[in-house]
Design a protein around this ligand. Structure first.
Ligand code: GAL
Length: 644
């Protein structure tokens, strides 16, 4: 596997006179890829049906002639203003029913048939023209970013009714599945079902879950239309750039239709905006980024892409969109890039080439400043390009400098299941303020990494489970049949809970109570959620925070609450943890689980993480001071790599 670098470029935002110099500088810097086009619809089709290809033809020529490989983005995330005149009702509506207006981007409803047809048209025209001239494609841009999956428009309502009818067949089946006898919510026709907004108090969680499943299917269908058009016209691989912690649609499903998964990594923006950590943590990592959030997504997209994944946009300096937008520590751009490669990325592209001196993102750094001088990230990228060059002499490099360009990612010994559907089920009925499935899974991931482990994120379908020594399944409210059977049969050690296997497919409480795994006699008989100031201590150290369950059954307790009630039970290789563990308890539970699975927990200093590939061992020190780990001095905010 070759590791390559690239950049996002907007030729339409610059005078054509500088394109060739830009292209030459990209090549000199050591870049291989350049992504263009994804926001350029108003320049490609200035008026309905009148295309202006000249400039884009020349841009593609200039870039490819310079030796760069072009990733062409379809421009459907930014429909031009005239599109609204054509389809005034194409806007998505928020939960209060208000249309989300023109003047930024992503202002479309996935269910609007007229807009979808115009997307077919522009994608067809671009694919006809560039299908054999570019090296890869990106569909749209960041589906779901800016909270754009759920739309409460009339188009969405009509499509939802059709979706319900196809799924349930009869309205009686829907009433039964959702339990609509409750509060006299029964319907007598699908046309009576509205979207689950504007209800007096909370809507039926089954209604909310169905709406989220529908909305996810709409994203997949929207993407699949572009895929079908592109496949018929280009041999190049197809990708989409997903955004961090956007979980409103099923990325596995969209990814199945594509060749490469990619995501947009903004470590400092995320720390402020969506990691959800406490202020002390945010302060400690303000210029480095969270030690696990990026890695989690790297591991997730390795799975979404079935092994092939990129970072399509890497933060190169301050961004513009988080509550605070600090500059990274020197060297962080190189660090983040190596971290992506350590997790198996093929390519890392920077967003963006030159900082724009206008519009929403003029405060967002690029590799170049707006005056064309290199920004601080430039030198990081130059260093990386040298490190990655196949001709570089490994012996000439200092021990801490990664050098090789051909490594493969090996399977990790630990698997952690992440499921979008479970995220929606938690959202539909969280049962306590701020409780989130994503946060629970990330907590378990963090703990595994504190204990020195490399982790694979797994789909919830039970495939390949036997390859893992330890499989963790936190918070997966509904276990699909295939997964349930796999968990019962595989030789792996399995850690379930909390809130795992307790609901059926429709989100109804499983009776008899879950998790209901053959081989583990344990049933969740009560769930309670805890105020932040009322954790429940567990014997020996640590506590449950947020969520706690009471268990019944013959499985033996291996951890106890202070009053003696079971906190975790197990039988053989199957265990159930009956609450959301704080860090201390998570470390105890997982260290035990790893040891039982024949793995060695290797606790790392705070902020230090490790990642193994088939041929390398990486250590990443997220601290702003150097740290010693088993005789290695890891530089401040630095990377250490060894070949094995
Ligand atoms: C991404 C987006 C880019 C740019 C960037 C700024 O979410 O795909 O177009 O807006 O953020 O950080």
């Amino acid at each position: 596997m070759i590791r390559t670098l690239g950049v996002c470029y907007y030729p339409e935002q610059w005078d054509e006179a500088i394109w060739s110099r830009d292209a030459a500088r990209m090549v000199d810097l050591g870049l291989t890829w350049v992504r263009i086009g994804e926001f350029a619809w108003s320049r490609i089709e200035p008026e309905p049906g009148r295309y202006d290809w000249g400039w884009l033809d020349r841009a593609v020529d200039v870039l490819t002639d310079a030796g760069l490989r072009v990733v062409m983005g379809t421009p459907t995330a930014t429909p031009p203003r005239w599109m609204l005149d054509r389809h005034p009702d194409m806007l998505a509506c928020d939960a209060d029913g208000r249309p989300r207006g023109f003047g930024s981007r992503r202002h479309y409803c996935f269910s609007h048939a007229g807009y979808a047809k115009d997307c077919d048209r522009i994608v067809t025209a671009m694919a006809d023209r560039y299908g054999h001239r570019v090296a890869a494609w990106q569909t749209d841009n960041e589906y779901g970013c800016h909270d754009t999956v759920l739309s409460y428009s009339d188009a969405a309502r009509d499509a939802f009714r059709a979706w319900l009818s196809a799924r349930y067949g009869t309205v009686a089946a829907l009433n039964d599945a959702w339990g609509n006898v409750f509060w006299s919510m029964e319907y007598s026709s699908f046309d009576q079902v509205d979207l689950p907004n504007l209800t007096v108090t909370e809507p039926n969680p089954a209604h909310g879950l169905a709406f989220r499943r529908f909305s996810s299917d709409q994203v997949r269908a929207f993407n699949a239309r572009q895929v079908a058009i592109l496949r018929a016209r280009t041999p190049a691989p197809l990708a989409h750039n997903y955004m961090g912690r956007v979980t409103d649609f099923d990325h596995y499903a969209v990814g199945d239709d594509l060749d490469i998964a990619s995501w947009d990594s903004y470590p400092l923006g995320f720390l402020e905006d969506r990691v959800g950590a406490d202020p002390a943590h945010q302060a400690a990592y303000a210029r480095q980024g969270d030690p696990d959030f990026q890695a989690f997504h790297h591991d997730l997209y390795r799975t979404v892409g079935r092994g092939r994944w990129w970072v399509m946009e890497q933060q190169p300096g301050p961004v513009n969109w988080a509550p605070y937008n600090p500059a990274p520590l020197p060297g962080m751009v190189r660090f983040w890039t190596w971290e992506a490669f350590a997790h198996g990325a093929e390519t890392v592209c920077y967003f963006r080439w030159r900082q724009a001196p206008f519009a929403q993102e003029q405060m967002h750094a690029g590799l170049l400043r707006s005056d064309d001088a290199p920004s601080p990230a430039w030198q990081d990228v130059a260093t990386l390009a040298e490190e990655l060059a196949p001709s570089a002499d490994p012996k000439a490099a200092p021990a801490t400098t990664p050098k090789t360009a051909a490594q493969t990612t090996s399977r990790a010994p630990v698997g952690l299941i992440f499921d979008y559907d479970a995220e929606w089920a938690w959202t539909a009925q969280p049962q306590g303020r701020g409780l989130s499935y994503f946060a629970l899974v990330l907590d378990i991931y963090r703990c595994l990494r504190r204990l020195g482990q490399s982790v694979d994120i797994l789909r919830p379908d039970g495939r390949d489970l036997q390859e893992y020594s330890l499989v963790c399944v936190p918070g997966l409210m509904h276990l699909q049949d295939g997964l349930r059977q796999a968990l019962e049969m595989v030789p792996s050690h399995v850690l379930l809970g909390p809130r795992t296997g307790v609901r059926d497919r429709e989100g109804r409480t499983a009776v008899p109570f879950g998790p209901g795994l053959a081989g583990l006699d344990a049933r969740v008989t009560l769930s309670e959620t805890l105020r932040p100031d009322t954790p429940m201590a567990v014997d020996g150290g640590g506590a449950f925070v947020g969520w706690r369950e009471a268990l019944e059954g013959a499985a033996e307790a291996c951890f106890h609450l202070a009053d003696g009630r079971p906190a975790m039970v197990e039988t053989g290789r199957l265990a159930y943890l009956a609450g959301w563990p704080d860090d201390v308890l998570a470390d105890r539970v997982l260290a035990r689980g790893l040891a039982q699975a024949g793995l060695t927990p290797e606790p790392l200093p705070p902020g230090v993480r490790r990642r193994n590939t088939a041929t390398e061992r990486f250590w990443f020190n997220h601290n702003s001071e150097e740290v010693e780990v088993s005789g290695r001095i890891l530089p401040a905010a630095g990377v250490w790599r060894e070949e094995v």
